[in-house]
Design a protein around this ligand. Structure first.
Ligand code: SF4
Ligand code: SF4
Length: 299
């Protein structure tokens, strides 16, 4: 068991991972944990007087799969999507660099660039946070438990009339399915694990977040936001000479963006936490051991 896992077992740590904070409510979160079997009352209707209000001034952290889906929809490279539609930010719960959706207006409180009178113009490819809304996703590590536990919470903003409609009850699990969340989580899970671990480590005062090198931050940002750059990194550097990846998977990675992202998350877990999610080739490992011994002055 690693130092990280030992510390985590001794603490109960809760981290909100995906939550669309709008700017006008200080604390709209209802402090009740919801499981997939719980129900909540909500419906979003075109005729509501609050129509589109939630798409103004929204603080939306884009997940890797959000950026992939939106770039594909617009038929642009991830790098061009980033320049046009995002602002770089630090996800301060973990001191990790992320991309946020750029709202219009000089103060960033204007409309989302994808909002139209009729609603969301990228609805089929809208970000995970928009799909969850008005739910948020959090992860908790209970004292003594080995695995993390995920749960949901309700975000009730004063402007949103969707909570006041009688009879509009949903199970959380049904809402997730209706909103098409599963394919997003299937790709993003490794990335969410990294955010959770880094945020949890920061909570207990561990070294990550302060000691993480600028180079590692840069690599995390690349893995999180730019699948084209990640592909160049895998195929045009010594990456494939250094790590054990079978030939069939290598061929698949040339075309399969989702598989490439998952490899990127596995690699970051290995770099950040020394997780055995990806293995160095034996020769590279031996060379690293020899070098480490030399650096320490051990024969
Ligand atoms: S992506 Fe769509 S749903 Fe999300 S804030 Fe923008 S317009 Fe609203
Ligand atoms: S009901 Fe809530 S989610 Fe729907 S448009 Fe109004 S503010 Fe947005």
């Amino acid at each position: 068991m690693s130092d990280f896992e030992r510390i985590m077992l001794e603490k109960e740590i809760e981290v909100d991972i995906l939550e669309a904070n709008r700017l006008e409510d200080e604390n709209p979160v209802t402090p009740v944990r919801l499981t997939p079997e719980d129900s909540f009352c909500f419906v979003c209707r075109r005729e509501s007087s609050c129509w589109n209000k939630c798409c103004h001034g929204a603080d939306i952290t884009l997940t890797p799969y959000d950026i992939l889906r939106l770039s594909r929809r617009m038929n642009v490279r991830s790098a061009d999507f980033l320049i046009q539609f995002t602002v770089p930010a630090i996800w301060d719960k973990a001191d990790l660099p992320v991309a946020k959706l750029r709202m219009t207006g000089e103060d960033g409180k204007g409309a989302c660039p994808f909002m139209t009178e009729e609603g969301c113009s990228v609805y089929e490819d809208r970000p995970a946070t928009c799909r969850y809304y008005p739910l948020g996703l959090a992860s908790v590590k209970m004292k003594g438990a080995e695995d993390k536990d995920e749960f949901y919470f309700l975000v009730k903003e004063t402007h949103c009339e969707g909570h006041n409609v009688e009879g509009a009850d949903h199970l959380v699990s049904e809402f997730r399915t209706d909103q098409g969340i599963d394919p997003y989580e299937a790709v993003n899970q490794g990335w969410i694990d990294i955010l959770m671990k880094m945020a949890s480590w920061k909570t207990v005062g561990g070294p990550f977040g302060q000691d993480i090198s600028a180079q590692t931050q840069k690599m995390f940002f690349m893995v999180s936001t730019d699948v084209d750059a990640l592909r160049r990194f895998v195929f045009e550097t010594k990456f494939l000479q250094s790590y054990e990846i079978n030939e069939e998977s290598v061929e698949n990675l040339r075309e399969d963006d989702e598989a490439l992202l998952k490899l990127g998350f596995d690699w970051m877990k290995h770099v950040l936490f020394d997780d055995p999610t990806i293995n160095l080739k034996e020769r590279v490992l031996q060379e690293a051991i020899v070098k480490a011994r030399q650096d320490m002055g051990v024969a």
